[in-house]
Design a protein around this ligand. Structure first.
Ligand SMILES: Nc1ccn([C@@H]2O[C@H](COP(=O)(O)O)[C@@H](O)[C@H]2O)c(=O)n1
Ligand SMILES: C[C@@]1(CO)OP(=O)(O)OP(=O)(O)OC[C@H]1O
Length: 159
């Protein structure tokens, strides 16, 4: 069996007048994530982990942030395209682990819905998807609530 791992990282600014999408779920909050797409930092990190595992480049290579097709796009669609690219390359996804760094709000209660959304898009069992969260104890750009970031790791394999 050919087993590979990939790592992904993404960061977005937080700003007034934007929605906060995380893991395919809209989180009620006073500020949102700024980007060309819906700026879902978690799904972007997961896309990059999957693309990295397959050595297929990164999200910006496949979905340029100057392309009007991706303006305001639901990042679940981007994740679906990435999952299809991997399937076309003969890869199956084993599991995904991730961490969201966000000072506020607390997102724990939304994580089960995020896992459901990601499972539906990737066709993975829910117990193969892990999402964790941490503040940065009020330090750095996350701690100052200027932005948020996500880290992800994915295992993929070919039988
Ligand atoms: N945006 C966040 C940040 C953290 N959590 C949960 O709170 C726990 C404690 O966070 P610390 O940064 O103080 O270690 C963390 O382990 C998460 O379970 C959260 O839900 N949303
Ligand atoms: C997703 C894309 C494309 O809409 O735009 P953003 O929402 O700005 O996200 P980012 O993680 O900065 O980079 C990937 C982009 O090409």
């Amino acid at each position: 069996m050919n087993i590979r791992v990939g790592q992904g990282y993404d960061v977005h600014q937080l700003g007034e007048g934007y929605e906060l999408w995380l893991g395919g779920v809209k989180i009620p909050h006073t500020v949102g994530s700024v980007g060309h797409s819906d700026a879902d930092v978690l799904l972007h990190a997961i896309c990059d982990a999957l693309l990295g595992a397959a050595a297929m480049g990164d999200i910006g290579k496949h979905f340029k942030n100057t392309d009007p097709r991706w303006k305001g796009i639901d990042s679940k669609i981007l994740l679906k395209i990435v999952a299809e690219m991997l399937a076309k390359g003969g890869y199956k996804i084993g599991n995904i682990d991730s961490t969201v760094c966000l000072q506020e709000p607390k997102i724990g209660k939304y994580i089960p819905d995020m896992i459901k959304a990601i499972a539906e898009v990737t066709q993975l069992p829910e117990n193969c998807i892990s999402i964790k969260a941490t503040t940065t104890e009020e330090m750095g750009f996350v701690g100052r609530k200027e932005g948020l970031e996500a880290h992800a790791i994915a295992l993929i394999y070919k039988v």
